[in-house]
Design a protein around this ligand. Structure first.
Ligand code: C5P
Length: 221
C-alpha cells in the first residue's frame, strides 16, 4: 500500500489580472471550495499550504496561508511550494487571459477601448509536468461539453484526476456557498457522478479520492 499523502498544496479563489492601477479582469470564484477543502484537510491531519487569490474569506486555522493576486504571482508561489508537498489540488479559478499591457496610470474613460489579451501561464500544466511521485488534481468548469473538455484537460495537463464542475444558471450555479454537482474523472478512465452536495461534503470525498489516485499511481510508478 502507498504511503498516505501528508503535505497538500491547495489553491483557491480567483486571480485578478491588472489593466491599470484600479481595474482588473477576474471571474466569479469566491474561494469557498478551496477553503472548505483546506479546512477539511487540516481537520484530517494533513499539513496544508493554501495559496489564495483575493477572497472575502478568513484563512482556515492551521493552514500555511499564501495570499496572491495575479496568475503570475500564483505561479511563482506555487512553483516554490510544490516540491515540498506530495499532492496538489488546484481549485483556483485562474484567469485564462491577462491584458497584454498593464498601464501605469488609470486609462482615461473618455474614449472606447479595445483590449489586447494574452494567455496567463498554465500553472497546473507546468507543475504537473514535474510532478514525479506527487498526485495532482485539477478542476474544470465549462458552460457546454463539460465532460469531453474535462477529459481533454486531464490528458493535456497530465493530471491524475479532474473535478468536472457542472454549470447551468438555473440548476447548477457552483459559485459561493451553494451546493455543487460534479463528476470525478480519473486518469485511469473511471468517471464518478456525485449527487449535488455542499462543498464541505465534497471536500471530504475529494480527499478520499485523492488518496485512491495516489495509491493507484504508486502501483504503476
Ligand atoms: O481554466 P481551465 O479550465 O483550463 O482550468 C482547469 C484547471 O487548470 C484548473 O484546476 C485551474 O486552476 C488550472 N489553471 C491553471 N492556470 C491557468 C488556467 C487554469 O493552473 N492559467
Amino acid at each position: 500500500m502507498a504511503p498516505r499523502l501528508k503535505k497538500l498544496l491547495i489553491t483557491a479563489g480567483p486571480t485578478r489580472e491588472a489593466l491599470d492601477p484600479v481595474r482588473f479582469l477576474s471571474n466569479l470564484s469566491t474561494g469557498e471550495m478551496g477553503y472548505a477543502l483546506a479546512r477539511r484537510a487540516v481537520s484530517q491531519g494533513y499539513q496544508v499550504s493554501l495559496v489564495s487569490g483575493s477572497t472575502a474569506l478568513k484563512p482556515p486555522q492551521g493552514v500555511r496561508f499564501y495570499p496572491v493576486v495575479s496568475a503570475s504571482e500564483m505561479q511563482k508561489t506555487c512553483s516554490k511550494l510544490f516540491p515540498k508537498h506530495d499532492g496538489l489540488i488546484m481549485t483556483a479559478a485562474v484567469c485564462d487571459f491577462m491584458p497584454a499591457k498593464n498601464e501605469r496610470h488609470k486609462i482615461p474613460s473618455r474614449n472606447g477601448l479595445t483590449l489586447k489579451l494574452r494567455r496567463t501561464p498554465d500553472i497546473l500544466a507546468q507543475l504537473a509536468k514535474k510532478k514525479g511521485c506527487r498526485t495532482v488534481i485539477g478542476f474544470c468548469l465549462e458552460t457546454k461539453d463539460l465532460i469531453r473538455r474535462a477529459k481533454a484537460k486531464l490528458v493535456e495537463k497530465e493530471l491524475d484526476g479532474i473535478v468536472a464542475n457542472f454549470y447551468n444558471p438555473q440548476r447548477h450555479h457552483p459559485f459561493g456557498k451553494r451546493s455543487v454537482s460534479v463528476c470525478l474523472i480519473g486518469a485511469g478512465g473511471h468517471i464518478l457522478r456525485l449527487a449535488k452536495q455542499p462543498k464541505e461534503r465534497l471536500a471530504k470525498t475529494l480527499l478520499s479520492w485523492m488518496e485512491c489516485l495516489h495509491e493507484d499511481r504508486a502501483r504503476v510508478v
